[in-house]
Ligand binder design. Structure first.
Ligand SMILES: Cc1cc2nc3c(=O)[nH]c(=O)nc-3n(C[C@H](O)[C@H](O)[C@H](O)COP(=O)(O)O)c2cc1C
Length: 386
């Protein structure tokens, strides 16, 4: 493929990323945990969910806009937090945030991002949520929340499916870690991708900017951040979450919910939105797909708060299916990540254009002119439970 802008699908953008990046970086973005059963299941559930289209409804003009937590977005879609993006392309976080802002979409900054909370607010003005992992160092954790508040982020997203890191075997096999541990295998991989390498050398090795200062982490190769993994707090529980709810008065979004009883308890605790997510298959392998988990969670939540879904969104039809099964919107991780690491803001915009164009076409072919006309009757019953 000559240019990613010729990519006609998200899969084309993925292949362009594969071509451009050292294998260890691509695998870090693309891979999942252990046997990657859940990674594949996320996609498989969309494949198994068949559409039952309606006809003769007059679909010449289509409105894809939707409300997410009280704000009108041009698509029922928000950008999911993805850490370490700068290892794919310098400035990829800002590029992605700008592409989202251009379309009135919410951008979620990862606490493991290679751009700081303040840089995003300054350089990509728009609607932002900040995603935080629970750190053992609670002073540092709350200081991140304070910074997000000061930088006027609209929402705080707490990711709850990572008490410990998943076992990502592609990274183990590639001997890949952040900070890079230079060994002959990794060095060869980097040198086989001279364009990527020259860009890294020109801009400096990225740093997980928001983690600087955590337990003595500094700028510099030896302190490049993803030792953050060691700082996650596996003792985090409902009482701790309650404290965060009491501390943060703006929108609180909980990501990584897979069980309906947990979803219900989060609603009762006063959380503002739920993201059905299995971390894109990067955490617990053999966990069920998010599309399969969605209907029971939607039922438990009973429209009291919005329910978003991520995991495996690669087609506009995936967005329609998630909404038909009760989601208020979706989040994209890799789909927009691949665009951003391949060609910065243009690449991220291109990914969003592909998804939007496909969503419009699917809505037209299903006889839905507006998002609220995407209803459960468009899905063949029982198929989606596979
Ligand atoms: C490279 C990469 C980094 C990620 N980093 C984070 C993160 O820092 N915080 C978080 O809550 N989720 C993170 N995720 C998970 C995403 O937010 C999202 O749940 C997942 O990518 C959705 O699946 P999809 O990639 O199939 O769309 C990451 C995912 C990827 C692929």
């Amino acid at each position: 493929m000559s240019s990613p802008l010729h990519a006609v699908s998200i899969e084309d953008l993925r292949l362009a990323a594969k071509q451009k990046l050292p294998r260890c970086i691509f695998d870090f973005f693309d891979g999942g945990a252990e046997d990657e059963i859940t990674l594949k299941a996320n996609r498989q559930s969309f494949h198994n969910t068949l559409l039952l289209p309606r006809i003769l409804r007059g679909v010449e003009s289509i409105d894809t806009s939707a409300d997410i937590l009280g704000h009108r977005c041009s698509l029922p879609l928000a950008i999911a937090p993805t850490g370490a993006l700068g290892f794919g392309k310098h400035g990829a976080d800002i590029a992605l945030a700008r592409a989202a802002a251009d379309r009135d979409l919410i951008y979620t900054l990862s606490s493991s991002a290679t751009t700081s909370i303040e840089q995003i607010a300054r350089q990509a003005p728009g609607r932002h949520w900040f995603q935080a992992y629970i750190l053992k160092n609670k002073d540092f954790f709350y200081s991140l929340i304070d910074r997000a508040h000061a930088a006027e982020y609209e929402g705080l997203m707490i990711t709850v499916d990572l008490p410990v890191g998943g076992k990502r075997e592609r990274d183990n096999k590639n001997q890949f870690a952040i900070p890079f541990k230079l060994n002959p295998r990794v060095a060869f991989d980097f040198m086989s991708h001279p364009l990527w390498l020259s860009q890294m050398l020109a801009n400096g090795i990225p740093v997980l900017e928001n983690m600087l200062g955590l337990d003595g982490q500094k700028r510099g190769i030896n302190n490049l951040a993803s030792s953050v993994g060691r700082n996650y707090d596996p003792s985090f529980n409902w009482d701790d979450l309650k404290r965060i709810r009491d501390y943060w008065h703006k929108k609180l979004i909980i990501k990584g919910v897979m069980h309906p009883e947990d979803a219900l308890r989060l609603v009762e605790m006063g959380c503002d939105a739920i993201v059905v997510s299995n971390h894109g298959g990067r955490q617990l392998d053999t966990a069920i797909s998010t599309l399969r988990a969605l209907p029971d969670i939607v039922k438990a939540v009973d429209r009291k708060v919005p329910v978003l879904l991520d995991g495996g969104i690669r087609r506009g039809s995936d967005i329609l299916k998630a909404i038909a099964l009760g989601a208020d919107g979706v989040m994209t991780g890799r789909a927009t990540l691949f665009g951003a690491v391949v060609q910065g803001e243009n690449g991220a915009s291109h990914a969003l254009n592909i998804l939007k164009e496909e969503l419009i076409r699917t809505m037209q072919l299903c006889g839905a002119s507006e998002i609220n006309q995407i209803t459960a009757d468009l899905i063949l019953k029982h198929e989606h439970s596979k």
